[in-house]
Write a protein that binds this ligand. Structure first.
Ligand SMILES: Nc1ncnc2c1ncn2[C@@H]1O[C@H](COP(=O)(O)OP(=O)(O)OP(=O)(O)O)[C@@H](O)[C@H]1O
Ligand SMILES: [Mg+2]
Length: 323
C-alpha cells in the first residue's frame, strides 16, 4: 500500500485583501506519510497556517484562490464538493490551534462539548459519555469524571489544550494538524503536551502535521521537517539530516536563534531585516536581502530545489552552501 497520506504539489495560495493580493504560499511541494510526524517551521508570516488550512480548505473561499493540488489518500481536495469536504473534515482530518478557547464554548461543560460531537456522529448519550471519559483519560485529564463536569474557565491552558486534543481525536482522524499547539504554554507544560502528541500518534497510528516557529519543537517530536520562508519551502528532509547539516542559510540562521542550555554562553543570533512583502513579486531568492552568503546570482533568479543526500533537498544557488 502507498505510504503517502497527503501529497501537496505546486500549492499556491493567494489571498485577496483590501491592500492587494497576498501571495501567501508560492508553489510548495511536500508529502505526509502514514504514521509520520512532519513539522513545518518558519518565522511569523511565512505561510505556515495558510498551508495547513489549505489541507482542510478552511479559508473563506470567496477571498482565496488556490493553485496546484492537494491529495488525501489519492482524493483531490480541491475537487471535493461541500458535502464531501464536510465528510473528510469529520472523519479523516482534525486540526488544533494555538488558543483552545477559540474552539471551546465557554458556556458548556467540557465533557458535554466532546460528548455532543460524538452524539452528532451517531453515538447514544450513554456511549458518548463513556467514550468521552475514556478520551479524557487518554489525554491525561484525571480524574476524568470530575473534570468532565468542569467549564473551560475552570481549567489551565495546558488542560484546555488536552481537551482540544481529546476533541480532535474523538473521531480517530488519520491526520492531526496542530498549529502552534504549545505556543501559549510554559516550557514544562509544552513538553508534556508534545509527549502526549507523540504517545497518541503511536497509539492511534495517525499522522501529525505540526506547525511551529520553534526549531526545538521540531527536534523534539518530528521525523521530517520543511523549513518555510516567505511562502516557499527552502529546505526539507529528515530532522537529523537537517540538524547535522543544514544547507540553506535561512535554516542555519533559524537554528542559531534557538536558545540552547548547553551553550548558554553562545550569543543568540537575531536575523537582521524583515521578510519580503508578500504582495509583491519576488525575483531571485526570497532570503537574499537578509542572507549573509548572498551572491549576485541569488538576486536574479529563484533557486531551484536541489536534491542532496538522502531525502534532503534545499533551494539555494550559492555553491558555498553545499560544501
Ligand atoms: N486576512 C488576511 N489579510 C491579509 N493578509 C493576510 C491575512 N491572513 C494572512 N495574511 C498574510 O499571509 C501571510 C501568511 O500568513 P500565515 O497566517 O500563514 O503566517 P504564519 O506563518 O502562520 O505566521 P504566524 O507564525 O504568525 O502564525 C502573512 O504574511 C500574513 O500577513
Ligand atoms: Mg500561523
Amino acid at each position: 500500500m502507498d505510504n503517502t497520506l497527503v501529497s501537496v504539489r505546486s500549492l499556491r495560495v493567494n489571498l485577496m485583501s483590501p491592500h492587494g493580493i497576498v501571495h501567501a504560499v508560492r508553489n510548495i511541494n511536500f508529502d505526509i506519510g502514514r504514521g509520520e510526524i512532519l513539522g513545518i517551521v518558519g518565522e511569523s508570516g511565512c505561510g505556515k497556517t495558510m498551508t495547513a488550512k489549505s489541507i482542510l480548505r478552511l479559508h473563506d473561499e470567496r477571498k482565496i484562490l488556490y493553485g496546484g493540488s492537494i491529495s488525501f489518500e489519492g482524493r483531490d481536495i480541491f475537487g471535493l464538493n461541500q458535502k464531501e469536504l464536510a465528510a473528510m473534515r469529520g472523519a479523516d482530518v482534525a486540526m488544533i490551534f494555538q488558543d483552545p478557547m477559540t474552539a471551546l464554548n465557554p458556556l458548556h461543560r467540557v465533557g458535554d462539548q466532546i460528548g455532543e460531537m460524538l452524539v452528532y456522529r451517531g453515538a447514544s448519550r450513554a456511549e458518548a459519555k463513556e467514550k468521552t471519559l475514556a478520551l479524557l483519560e487518554d489525554v491525561g485529564i484525571h480524574p476524568a469524571a470530575e473534570r468532565y463536569r468542569q467549564y473551560p474557565f475552570e481549567m489551565s491552558g495546558g488542560m484546555l489544550q488536552r481537551v482540544m486534543i481529546a476533541l480532535a481525536l474523538s473521531h480517530k482522524p488519520k491526520l492531526l494538524i496542530a498549529d502552534e499547539p504549545t505556543t501559549a504554554l510554559d516550557m514544562t507544560v509544552q513538553a508534556q503536551i508534545l509527549k502526549l502528541l507523540v504517545d497518541l500518534q503511536k497509539k492511534n497510528n495517525m499522522s501529525i502535521l505540526i506547525i511551529t516557529h520553534n526549531f526545538g519543537i521540531i527536534a523534539e517530536i518530528c521525523s521530517r521537517v520543511a523549513v518555510m520562508y516567505a511562502g516557499v519551502i527552502v529546505e526539507s528532509g529528515e530532522v537529523h539530516e537537517i540538524f547535522h547539516e543544514p544547507r540553506h542559510p535561512y535554516t542555519r540562521d533559524l537554528m542559531m536563534s534557538i536558545p540552547q542550555p548547553k551553550a548558554a554562553h553562545r550569543k543568540l543570533l537575531t536575523i537582521p531585516g524583515m521578510p519580503p512583502d508578500l504582495r509583491e513579486k519576488i525575483s531571485g531568492c526570497p532570503y537574499a536581502p537578509r542572507c549573509g552568503q548572498v551572491q549576485d546570482a541569488c538576486r536574479v533568479s529563484a533557486p531551484e530545489m536541489r536534491q542532496g543526500p538522502d531525502s534532503h533537498s534545499y533551494a539555494c544557488c550559492n555553491e558555498i552552501c553545499y560544501a
